[in-house]
Design a protein around this ligand. Structure first.
Ligand SMILES: Nc1ncnc2c1ncn2[C@@H]1O[C@H](COP(=O)(O)OP(=O)(O)O)[C@@H](O)[C@H]1O
Ligand SMILES: Cc1ncc(COP(=O)(O)O)c(C=O)c1O
Ligand SMILES: [Mg+2]
Length: 282
């Protein structure tokens, strides 16, 4: 038996709820063979839990990319890319791979840590990654940065940002309303250039959501590798991450990771999908 090969170009979250650890766990749960090209290592102060991001030498990143690509990957996901040079390397890797199954998770901040990685990265992501994105998965803040609109605060503003990001080259856009959007459900907006769809699930009140974004994007990547359509991939990923958040738990006093493998063990909350009109300028 062979498995579909999924590659994440991402950082290591030493606390292991997010980053490449989340990606590998989600890849595994979806039955794909996960591989990693590591960009940075994120460590936490044991007392304050403030994050330190340490980049790996770029020649070492390139060697990892070359190794993984030589096996022939079926789908690629990107996560934390800390510099413009690393963003360009990820773009080159995507182009060299020949795959059209590409999920860009435009990580700009870590939950619980407000420091933006590097403001110049947004322009580099727009120029080098969005044109190759099968799916891009910004949260509200990241969507506002990519679109240049400021952080969306309503479904209408999410639609406006999604249209801009689509115009920048991403074939499909999922803006994650998540916990931040003032709404009684956890709402994500899906836009494929033609239709807007709202994906809604119950909003979990727990704060144990570390790694939700990575788990969601990695699940989309694995689903694409396994041959699901873009829309099927996003819907299943939403179910998968909803279950993971519902069963999130406290690793210590500072952080609560999602339970990556919750869906196959406990089932998933219901996700409803509704096509909505274009409210922009309505
Ligand atoms: N409290 C919550 N309850 C249910 N789903 C949530 C919750 N918070 C986020 N989600 C969902 O988890 C996924 C990841 O979103 P989010 O946590 O906002 O991303 P990020 O970690 O990148 O900021 C999205 O599908 C979002 O709707
Ligand atoms: C290496 C790494 N990648 C990505 C993220 C983003 O995590 P999330 O899935 O919570 O958005 C983090 C956050 O800590 C991280 O450390
Ligand atoms: Mg994120």
């Amino acid at each position: 038996m062979t498995l579909k090969k999924t590659l994440t170009i991402a950082g290591s979250d030493t606390s292991a709820g997010a980053g490449m650890q989340a990606d590998l766990k989600a890849f595994q749960e979806h039955g794909t063979y996960g591989m990693v090209a590591l960009t940075v290592v994120v460590t936490m102060d044991p007392i304050t839990w403030s994050h330190t991001v340490t980049p790996l030498p770029t020649d070492l990143l390139q060697k990892q990319i070359d190794t993984a690509l030589s096996t022939g990957v079926d789908a690629i996901k990107t996560g934390m890319l800390s510099t413009e040079e690393i963003i360009q390397m990820a773009s080159q890797a995507i182009q060299s791979s020949g795959t059209d199954k590409v999920v860009i998770d435009p990580v700009m901040v870590c939950k619980g840590d407000d420091e933006v990685l590097n403001p110049g990265n947004t322009t580099a992501m727009v120029n080098y990654l969005l044109p190759y994105a099968t799916v891009v998965t910004p949260n509200l803040f990241e969507a506002g940065q990519l679109a240049g609109t400021g952080t969306p605060k309503s479904i209408e503003e999410m639609q406006a940002a999604a249209v801009k990001i689509h115009e920048l080259g991403a074939k499909n856009v999922v803006i994650k309303g998540g916990k931040a959007l003032v709404h009684d459900k956890a709402v994500d907006l899906f836009y494929n250039g033609q239709e807007f769809k709202l994906l809604e699930s119950e909003k979990v009140t727990s704060t144990y959501n570390h790694g939700a974004g990575c788990t969601f994007a990695a699940s989309i990547c694995a689903n694409l590798a396994n041959g699901l359509s873009v829309e099927e991939s996003v819907i299943e990923a939403k179910e998968f991450v909803s279950a993971a958040i519902k069963h999130g738990w406290a690793l210590n006093d500072h952080v609560g990771p999602v339970m990556h493998g919750a869906k196959p063990r406990f089932g998933a909350p219901k996700v409803t999908v509704t096509t909505i009109p274009n409210y922009i300028n309505a």
